[in-house]
Write a protein that binds this ligand. Structure first.
Ligand SMILES: C[S@@+](CC[C@H](N)C(=O)[O-])C[C@H]1O[C@@H](n2cnc3c(N)ncnc32)[C@H](O)[C@@H]1O
Length: 294
């Protein structure tokens, strides 16, 4: 039986929620098996099974589809806790968001909003995956934090939730490669106040090659890798991004693209977002900032 999200939310709260989250994190990493089963109290696995997050019989150490989604959040949350509850580098300096109105695009369960809201004037997020939004409010409670407002929507619809000229700092980390970039960028520029800053972390063109030549050898991974390379070329050269209808565990379509940093600079300049500055760039993973001038 699969539990409702409300039941899962209750199960991850203190006092025993922490153990369940760590159990799910390990299961996500494929570290649950006969060898590690003893690492957790027996009732933790029972609880995970009762909630429909791990399977039965042969699949008793494997996450179900629902378990995979919850496991993803558990992994990110536990890693954040273990990392001292701070964002790893590259990260924007506090001066970019202190006292500002902040928007996080693709904010997952909202942990960066938790950090921003300590010093920002206001924070708001957009996230596609409804489970992340739901679980985020329970995890905020675990942290004793007021849950920030997170709209459950694709960033492509951000204009439906955020007023034009209302945001000083737009943040987006490891999201833009997966969205309809051309539909979203003008909307980002619209919601920014003049003088506002955009800070984005993305994978760049070298990642497209890595997807094909590194990692899993499975046929499906290779095909998706080839698609990503074509799409990255299409966006960089001709501003054309394709969408592949693929039924995955979470999203029903696949439009991944890794345009070059030069493409990002040119595209933002056309929207009046200039002063493009590469904040970090290594191994096909870059962070950049830019300011809305007009
Ligand atoms: C790699 S995770 C990064 C999450 C978070 N920004 C972080 O730094 O940990 C990508 C996130 O983007 C979300 N996402 C993917 N496509 C999206 C879209 N079109 N609109 C909004 N969120 C999206 C995913 O559900 C996921 O939470």
């Amino acid at each position: 039986m699969t539990a409702t999200l409300t039941e899962i939310r209750e199960a991850i709260l203190p006092p025993s929620g922490d153990v369940l989250l760590r159990f799910l994190r390990d299961a996500y990493y494929g570290q649950q098996g006969e060898d590690t089963a003893g690492a957790y109290p027996e009732e933790t696995a029972l609880k995970a099974r009762e909630l429909g997050l791990i399977g039965q019989g042969d699949k008793r150490h494997t996450l179900t589809n629902q378990g995979y989604i919850v496991g993803n959040v558990a992994k990110e949350y536990c890693n954040w806790v273990d990392h001292g509850r701070t964002m790893p580098t590259p990260r924007p300096p506090t001066s970019m968001f202190e006292g500002k109105d902040v928007l996080d695009l693709g904010c997952s369960f909202g942990r960066w909003l938790w950090e921003f809201q300590r010093s920002a004037n206001s924070v708001v997020g957009l996230e596609l995956q409804p489970e992340y939004v739901e679980l985020g409010s329970a995890l905020a409670r675990c942290e004793g934090i007021e849950p920030p407002v997170i709209h459950n929507s694709g960033v492509e619809n951000l204009n439906k939730f955020i007023e034009p000229n209302s945001i000083d700092f737009v943040f987006s980390r490891l999201v833009f490669n997966h969205v309809d970039i051309q539909a979203t960028l003008p909307k980002v520029a619209d919601v920014m106040r003049k003088g506002g800053i955009l800070w984005v972390q993305v994978e760049t063109f070298p990642s497209a090659f890595r997807r094909i030549f590194e990692g899993e050898l499975r046929f499906r991974s290779r095909v998706l890798g080839a698609f990503a390379l074509l799409n990255s070329l299409g966006v960089t050269i001709a501003n054309r991004q394709m969408t592949l209808p693929v039924k995955g565990r979470m999203h029903a379509s696949h439009r991944v693209a890794y345009p070059t940093l030069g493409w990002w600079r040119r595209s933002l300049r056309k929207l009046g977002v200039e002063n493009f500055k590469v904040e970090a760039n290594a191994n096909g993973n870059a962070a950049f900032s830019a300011r809305k001038i007009s």
